[in-house]
Write a protein that binds this ligand. Structure first.
Ligand code: SF4
Length: 189
């Protein structure tokens, strides 16, 4: 039977595929438009996200909303998900075993969405989605093509909150993303 967003979410909300199930408050499935042409992928939920069950709602999330607004986007025009759907304790990086256990959910989300553009938010998402040896400091803002999908990575909003010196480079990356959207997603032009 064909996958649907409803079935996928129902299944995912009950997942106990890795040890993060024991410490989560909520599974953070995803947020945004399920017919969006642009998919944003972070690494995993933080405390606020775990409390509310919605990705990117803490300080980093507000900053992400500001970045989206700068290029004419908002959550009604994109879909946002994470590599792992449950919060790693103390906001540590998700372990490889957790990423491997969880990535199937993101794959199914991506298959349903069929995005034209994927924007990785930070190093971990870029390593999983673009290439294993992705170097965020050297390769942020570059474009890659995988199976007809255009992909890029920018610094994670949390990194931009911690280190303002990264913001000018990210501003350039956002402009590049805006240009790419105008090229291949005419609905947003
Ligand atoms: S992180 Fe992913 S694999 Fe692990 S329990 Fe949560 S939904 Fe399942």
């Amino acid at each position: 039977m064909a996958d649907t967003w409803e079935h996928l979410k129902q299944d995912c909300m009950q997942c106990r595929g890795c040890a993060l199930a024991d410490t989560r408050t909520h599974v953070v499935f995803g947020d945004g438009a399920t017919d969006a042409e642009i998919l944003l992928v972070g690494e995993g939920p933080g405390q606020r996200e775990d409390e509310q069950g919605i990705p990117f709602v803490g300080k980093a999330g507000l900053f992400l909303d500001d970045m989206l607004e700068m290029i004419g986007l908002d959550r009604s025009k994109v879909y946002i998900a994470n590599i792992v759907k449950c919060r790693p304790p103390q906001n540590r990086d998700p372990l490889n075993v957790e990423q491997d256990a969880c990535i199937g959910w993101l794959r199914r989300q991506t298959a349903l969405l069929r995005p034209k553009i994927i924007i990785c938010l930070g190093r971990i998402a870029a390593k999983v989605i673009i290439k294993e040896d992705f170097k965020i400091t050297a390769e942020h803002g570059r474009w890659f093509e995988r199976g007809g999908v255009q992909m890029t990575a920018i610094y994670h909003p949390s990194a931009l909150l911690r280190d303002v010196s990264k913001r000018p480079e990210t501003f350039e990356d956002l402009k590049s993303i805006q240009t790419k959207i105008r090229e291949i997603c005419p609905v947003h032009s």
